[in-house]
Design a protein around this ligand. Structure first.
Ligand SMILES: [Zn+2]
Length: 459
């Protein structure tokens, strides 16, 4: 069954190999946002005076004696912004960049996320072997729990709080590291560690939490049987697809979903698995999720043969046929892998919510028909900050626990030799289990592997 995991796409898998520039660089605007965050935090968080964030505000007067030596440097890639999931909880998905800025190896023992307002309240923590499940070396998908001198890793934070009142105004991070062979006396002195302490404990990476009022979208698709694939928050395919673009690290796909359709028998397709027409999602109308301006259209690629990811694909072709909608307020929606010649809007057009803009297809870096959808902070599909969003209405029908059917293998795009992945799932319905809160959901983000029905749209 494992090999069938590979059947699905992911834009992100190959994207990590590539990087490209974009016409509309988001660089300046994002930089401004980041600086704003730091400034606001510096005024509100007394603890900052004891953390790394102090060094981000060098313009303020400070005396040398106030400085704290921090051999591990931490920062967040973008302001953490929680979203209300279909389980009613508020989910955080963000990244902590950790750099070893010293000349010794550091092993990471534990990581804690703290409420920046209630200093000791731990929002989530992990240690030991769980560190490497959360951390990768920058530029790779290699799990790590240690950093050599000069190395930087990214810790992928995914956790939830129960209610909106539990959302902190700020988060800070506490990390404990050890030095193989013990902390040398020079470093003990620099850090002013008490005698016998064998761990270096630092607090940093302070960040203001973004507004939980997520962008509200209308349905991107119609009808029932839509499965959330590679969604929030344990799936790693989109959530770890960090790209170095325009001189910065971006995660445009932080809240991306690959939408796939099953029929009443919970099958993805019937017939020839190598024919796009066999898939129930193929050819379904893709809808404008809001009144918007069309910011970009590409419609020139052919469908891929389903069953495996294309082996030879150009950088330009990765997204396949796609549409970018400008919602205003620096918010853009990205629809990828659309059917050839199906896009009925042009750049500069205005569209109304619920209007069909194209048809679900299998173009670009995809191994089965699906709609890749995400919201981002610029028109650049890679060089953007991925934003959370909710759908104003959907029915939650169930969830599949058959994760192997869709997901984990996507972390590793390497084909499994000698196995025809398409054959494995032919005729096999996915397993569906009940959910805690079935029925109508409003203003929530459907979580991974949930199956939803979208309302019909009358044009
Ligand atoms: Zn995708």
């Amino acid at each position: 069954m494992r090999s069938s995991k590979l059947l699905l796409i992911s834009l992100s898998i190959i994207l990590i190999i590539f990087s490209y520039g974009c016409k509309d660089s988001p660089k300046e605007r994002v930089t401004e946002e980041t600086e704003t965050v730091v400034e606001e935090v510096s005024e509100r968080i007394p603890i900052q005076e004891k953390t790394q964030s102090k060094s981000e505000d060098d313009s303020k007067e400070s005396r040398e004696t106030d400085n704290e030596f921090t051999p591990v440097v931490m920062s967040v890639l973008a302001s953490p912004t929680p979203v209300k999931g279909s389980d009613g909880r508020f989910h955080f998905v963000y990244e902590l960049l950790v750099t070893n800025a010293y000349k010794l190896d550091f092993e990471i023992v534990s990581v804690e996320v703290l409420d920046g307002d209630q200093n000791e309240k731990v929002l989530t923590s992990f240690s030991g072997q769980k560190v490497s499940k959360k951390m990768q070396l920058v530029g790779t998908r290699a799990p790590i729990d240690s950093l050599q001198p000069g190395q930087a890793g990214i810790i992928f934070m995914t956790f939830a709080v129960d209610t909106i009142n539990d959302i902190p105004t700020n988060v800070i991070h506490r990390i404990a590291v050890t030095v193989p062979g013990g902390i040398p006396s020079r470093l003990v002195e620099l850090l002013q560690l008490p005698p016998g302490q064998e761990q270096i404990i630092e607090t940093g990476g302070i960040a203001k939490v973004g507004n939980a009022d997520a962008i509200v979208l209308g349905p991107p698709l119609e009808g029932s049987g839509w499965v959330v694939v590679n969604g929030c928050c344990d799936s790693t395919t989109h959530i770890r697809s960090i790209q170095p673009v325009n001189g910065k690290l971006y995660l445009a796909q932080r809240f991306a979903i690959d939408w796939m359709k099953i029929n009443k028998d919970s099958r993805l397709f019937v017939g020839d698995p190598k024919d796009v027409n066999s898939y129930f999602g193929f050819g379904q109308n893709v809808l404008a999720v809001a009144h918007a301006r069309v910011a970009g259209v590409v419609d020139k690629f052919k469908n891929q043969i389903p069953g495996e990811l294309p082996t030879e694909i150009t950088f330009e072709e990765i997204d396949g046929n796609h549409v970018v909608l400008d919602l205003g307020n620096g918010q853009y929606v990205f629809y990828a892998h659309l059917q050839p010649n199906s896009i009925i809007v042009k750049e500069g057009n205005t569209v109304k919510r619920g209007q069909a803009i194209g048809k679900l297809g299998n173009t670009g870096n995809t191994s089965a028909p699906h709609l890749h959808l995400h919201v981002m902070a610029s028109p650049s599909t890679l060089g953007s900050n991925g934003l959370p969003y909710v759908f104003d209405q959907f029915d939650l029908m169930g969830r599949t626990t058959d994760e192997s059917f869709f997901d984990e293998g996507l972390e590793d795009p390497t084909p499994i030799e000698g196995i025809d992945k398409a054959e494995i799932i032919e005729g096999t319905p996915i397993k569906i289990e009940p959910v805690d809160k079935p029925g109508l959901h409003s203003a929530e983000f459907p979580l991974d592997l949930r199956i939803v029905e979208f309302p019909s749209v009358s044009n």
